[in-house]
Design a protein around this ligand. Structure first.
Ligand SMILES: Nc1nc2c(ncn2[C@@H]2O[C@H](COP(=O)(O)OP(=O)(O)OP(=O)(O)O)[C@@H](O)[C@H]2O)c(=O)[nH]1
Ligand SMILES: [Mg+2]
Length: 143
């Protein structure tokens, strides 16, 4: 299981995502070990002053292999600037949260995460427990 760090603005769904992916992992893998307990870092919002992305190099200090940018499907704003992914030596993926809140497609969030340079984009809902199996599979696969 790859070690993943979650980054997302206030109320983007970080805590809900972390809680849900751990319980989905438990159900899916049918194991007693919550591997993601040790492998998931939820970044506190306090880190996000203007220098965060310049000063913090998580992949070197913490062994983070995947940086996940969380963007809520219904949030028209973003904290992620274009090409942000180039600042990390880890793989950078995009996770759209709260897809249950959208009746139409989540084009805006997809565009934000594409511009940020995410190599892959996942669609999730913690309320409806959608999209987690794909992420667990992704984190479990060496590539
Ligand atoms: N509809 C819907 N609401 C969600 C989903 N995930 C989280 N929420 C709601 O969004 C709000 C924020 O969720 P959190 O998981 O606390 O988000 P967070 O990023 O940890 O928030 P902060 O720590 O305050 O930055 C809560 O009211 C959640 O119930 C989701 O998949 N669907
Ligand atoms: Mg939180």
């Amino acid at each position: 299981m790859k070690k993943m760090m979650l980054i997302g603005t206030r109320a983007s769904g970080k805590a809900s995502f972390a809680q849900t992916i751990k319980s989905e992992e438990l159900a899916y893998k049918q194991t007693q070990n919550l591997l993601l307990d040790e492998k998931l870092i939820v970044t506190p919002n306090d880190y996000f002053d203007k220098d965060f992305f310049i000063n913090y190099t998580p992949t070197q200090s913490d062994g983070v292999e995947v940086v996940a940018l969380l963007q809520a499907a219904n949030d028209p704003d973003t904290m992620f600037q274009p090409l942000l992914a180039t600042m990390f030596s880890a793989e950078v993926i995009g996770i759209i949260t709260k897809i249950d809140l959208l009746e139409k497609d989540s084009k805006r969030a997809e565009q934000i995460l594409e511009f940020a340079g995410c190599s892959k984009i996942f669609h999730t809902s913690s309320i409806e427990k959608q999209g987690f199996r794909e992420i667990i599979d992704y984190l479990s696969t060496e590539h």
